[in-house]
Design a protein around this ligand. Structure first.
Ligand SMILES: Nc1ncnc2c1ncn2[C@@H]1O[C@H](COP(=O)(O)OP(=O)(O)OP(=O)(O)O)[C@@H](O)[C@H]1O
Ligand SMILES: [Mg+2]
Length: 426
């Protein structure tokens, strides 16, 4: 490891089944980590011996070792600690059970396990998804191609916040950038909370579930590897109803409940007998995130979409388009007053109506999804999106919008869907 002035270098010995945890809090801080000997992993991704990993603000990391290892950590002020109490053995057991089901599916040409990870906020749901997916592609030889479905619209692990996404996982995640993506399937939702449009959330989930099942039918490896589904932490009342909708839509047969006995018992009570429900402990290392941290993480996720990460930089384009050359829509019309609806009839269909909107300063800094749909009808809602652009200027006098886009040219026939998600391009 190179010497950097002002940094403290610590050699750390990790005994088998223990983990080193640290967080990078301060803005100008970078923590450097190197595996000196032995074998270690970060959320299921194996570390390369002798390589220096650098972590910047916001990173919350656990370096786990099954066999024991030696690490070098270099930081201004070492706040890392070692924990021998981890739930990794439970998580590995889950992986082994899933692997047995995958083998069985492979031999009988049936679907592999369709696993739903649920639990309240900040219990390590997304982390468990990552670990199980990493183990599937690392340990299942070359034969595993699980599908990762991310239904967390607040964070967007597959795409950006305000969307749901699915992708086939072929290789382990990078320590920094997540799983390498090839053509993920992404649906526009447009908000970061389910409460804003529950009907749309359920609609796009059903649509995605159908396509995921079609994809499984078309590829044997994908079919037998199964699906791992990440969810949001809203598990009470209406949130619970969304979970049951996900179970039905995706034909889930395994539910892993993290850290909540009440939810576990409710699911055992309500699910059909072929759905296996297991309760798993949360890791003591999982870090709770404040609202401010979540807002910042969302902005970073959108920034990454346009500008890439430290290890994979991108250079977006900026161009002007005339108001008359864009077609912008919003999903969800204003509610119809009860007095206009026939007596006794209740409808929430207005929530999935496509409404055309005129460009105005109201859309400044908003992200717009670029739909694969070319005709502006209700099909837009059920059509996946190709990517995103962001409105960086609205000139009402000249009737021109300035757009930040990964593509160099305006898309002539694209239907753009307005999202609540905003990104200020500094
Ligand atoms: N064992 C661990 N040690 C240290 N940090 C951890 C550990 N497990 C998870 N984390 C960190 O804790 C944070 C929260 O974990 P995670 O995102 O998996 O929780 P979650 O249940 O998905 O949260 P949410 O409800 O917001 O979706 C993440 O930043 C993750 O990197
Ligand atoms: Mg999560």
């Amino acid at each position: 490891m190179d010497e950097t002035p002002g940094k403290v270098e610590n050699e750390i010995k990790l005994s088998p089944d223990s983990e080193l945890r640290f967080e990078v809090e301060s803005n100008d801080e970078t923590v450097y980590l190197e595996l000196k000997s032995g074998i270690a992993e970060i959320f299921g991704t194996e570390l390369v011996k002798g390589k220096t990993y650098s972590f910047t603000t916001g990173a919350k990391i656990a370096v786990f070792s099954w066999q024991g290892c030696e690490l070098i950590i270099r930081t201004k002020k070492d706040t890392s600690y070692i924990s021998k109490e981890t739930p990794m053995m439970f998580y590995l057991n889950c992986h082994c059970c899933l692997e047995q089901l995958r083998e069985h599916a492979e031999q009988n040409d049936t679907n592999g396990p369709i696993t739903l990870i649920v639990g309240p906020t900040d219990v390590g749901k997304s982390t468990l998804c990552k670990i199980l997916l990493n183990y599937a592609v690392r340990m299942g030889g070359l034969s595993r191609r699980p599908i990762f479905v991310d239904l967390d619209i607040g964070q967007g692990h597959v795409s950006i916040p305000g969307t749901i996404g699915a992708m086939i996982v072929e290789r382990p995640a990078s320590v920094y950038d997540g799983f390498p993506q090839v053509a993920p399937l992404v649906y526009h939702y447009g908000h970061v909370g389910v409460q804003q449009n529950p009907k749309l959330y359920d609609t796009i989930i059903s649509q995605m579930a159908d396509l995921v099942h079609q994809r499984m039918e078309s590829n044997k490896k994908v079919k037998s590897s199964g699906v791992i589904i990440n969810t949001i932490g809203w598990v009470k009342g209406r949130g619970y109803q969304h979970l049951t909708h996900i179970v039905q839509a995706f034909k889930v047969d395994i539910i892993l409940v993290l850290d909540q006995e009440r939810l576990y018992n409710e699911l055992v009570r309500d699910m059909p007998t072929f759905v296996k429900v297991a309760l798993l402990p949360k890791s003591g290392g999982v870090v709770e995130r404040s609202t401010a941290t979540r807002i910042e993480a969302r902005a970073n996720r959108v920034r990454e979409y346009f500008y890439g990460t430290i290890s994979y930089q991108l250079h977006p384009h900026s161009f002007d388009v005339k108001f008359s050359d864009v077609r912008i829509f919003r999903i969800g019309a204003p509610a119809v007053p009860d007095s206009c609806i026939p007596l006794g009839l209740k409808t929430d269909n207005y929530l999935i109506k496509l409404v055309s909107i005129q460009p105005s300063p109201n859309i400044l800094h908003h992200v717009l999804s670029v739909s694969h749909a070319t005709t502006a009808d209700e099909k837009v809602i059920e059509t996946n999106v190709a990517g995103f652009v962001c409105v960086t200027n609205v000139d009402t006098e000249r009737q021109i919008l300035t757009i930040l886009s990964p593509q160099p040219k305006p898309l002539p026939d694209a239907c753009l869907i307005l999202s609540d998600v905003q990104f200020v391009d500094r």
